[in-house]
Design a protein around this ligand. Structure first.
Ligand SMILES: Nc1nc(=O)c2c([nH]1)NC[C@@H]1CN(c3ccc(C(=O)N[C@@H](CCC(=O)O)C(=O)O)cc3)CN21
Ligand SMILES: CC(C)C(=O)C(=O)O
Ligand SMILES: [Mg+2]
Length: 288
């Protein structure tokens, strides 16, 4: 009835030239909001380590945290496809670990698929998961779990050699059975070439307008963090400002004794003798 999105829906959207929309969610409320608004894909990103847990990068995020947050997102989603990021060291250590950990995200948390970062080095993992019936979303370009190798959160694939490698790896991920690929922070022209050369959809973030879909961190488009504004983010509202204003008004109202008022308070049953109660009642235990 809710016409649920499947991986087949996304492939058909690419064939029709209809853009795929994706956003992150880490909690049930955000999941409900973006699902009801109509995105096709919700990613439980390991960016939660930075956005909701306050880490410097995504490396400390654990499987327990991913399972915990994915469960919440799944509970809040009726229509979208829910994909969970595999955290750092949950798949790089081998195909067996990849299978066990992806299996947990599917079986315990209820994800519809998983995402893992990397190209040639993760092809055995991708093949193994796909063989086990687990839809895999690839992720190339700026792969944040390699931040220390990349020397920071920097645009990738700017030179000929790197660009050729990314193009080749995108094809290899498609051949390994990935149902789509996230392209993060690569030149728009390269993302277009990759998108045109694949039958599976590309989902861009900082990868220009020619991808088959777009993804952003929900908190970024809502302007929740006053200090995080990379070039590829468009802020649709300044929630940082709006929330700060609301909280300041609350503080003022409490201090000025404007909150709570009578309508926001509860009354006793009509049968209670209020005079008696207000005077301390009958109890000898209560002081004066
Ligand atoms: N809130 C949030 N949004 C994200 O998009 C995001 C996360 N967190 N955490 C995980 C990764 C890290 N990401 C990032 C973080 C910083 C830049 C950044 O500062 N980029 C520079 C470009 C630097 C260059 O020119 O090479 C920029 O200005 O966009 C990019 C991606 C994307 N992901
Ligand atoms: C930014 C997206 C693609 C991601 O991997 C995340 O949110 O963790
Ligand atoms: Mg991620």
């Amino acid at each position: 009835m809710k016409n649920k999105i499947t991986i087949k829906t996304l492939i058909e959207m690419k064939e029709r030239g209809e853009k795929i929309t994706a956003l992150t969610a880490y909690d049930v409320q955000t999941a409900r909001l973006v699902d009801e608004a109509g995105v096709e894909l919700i990613l439980v990103g390991d960016s939660l380590g930075m956005v909701v847990l306050g880490y410097e990068n995504t490396l400390p995020v654990t499987m327990e945290e991913m399972v915990h947050h994915t469960k919440a997102v799944v509970r809040g989603t009726e229509r979208a496809l829910v994909i969970a990021d595999m955290p750092f060291m949950s798949y790089q250590t081998g195909v067996k670990d990849a299978l066990v950990n992806a299996g947990r995200l599917m079986k315990e948390a209820g994800a519809h698929g998983v995402k893992l970062e990397g190209g040639r080095e993760v092809l055995p993992q991708v093949e193994t998961l796909v063989k086990a019936g687990i839809p895999v979303l690839g992720h190339l370009g700026l792969t944040p779990q390699s931040v220390h190798q990349l020397g920071g959160f920097k645009v990738q694939g700017k030179d000929q050699l790197q660009a050729e490698r990314l193009k080749r790896e995108a094809k290899e991920l498609e051949d390994a059975g990935a149902f789509a690929i996230v392209l993060e922070c690569i030149p728009a022209i390269l993302a277009r070439e990759i998108s045109e050369s694949l039958t599976i959809p590309t989902i861009g973030i900082g990868a220009g307008p020619y991808c088959d879909g777009q993804i952003l961190v929900t908190q970024d488009l809502l302007g929740m963090d006053a200090n995080f504004k990379p070039r590829f983010v468009r802020r649709y509202v300044n929630l940082h400002q709006i929330i700060t204003q609301a909280v300041k008004e609350y503080i003022t109202d409490v201090k000025m004794q404007n909150f709570p008022d009578e309508k926001e308070s509860f009354s006793l049953s009509d049968s209670v003798n209020k005079t008696q109660l207000y005077s301390g009642g009958d109890s000898k235990d209560e002081n004066s």
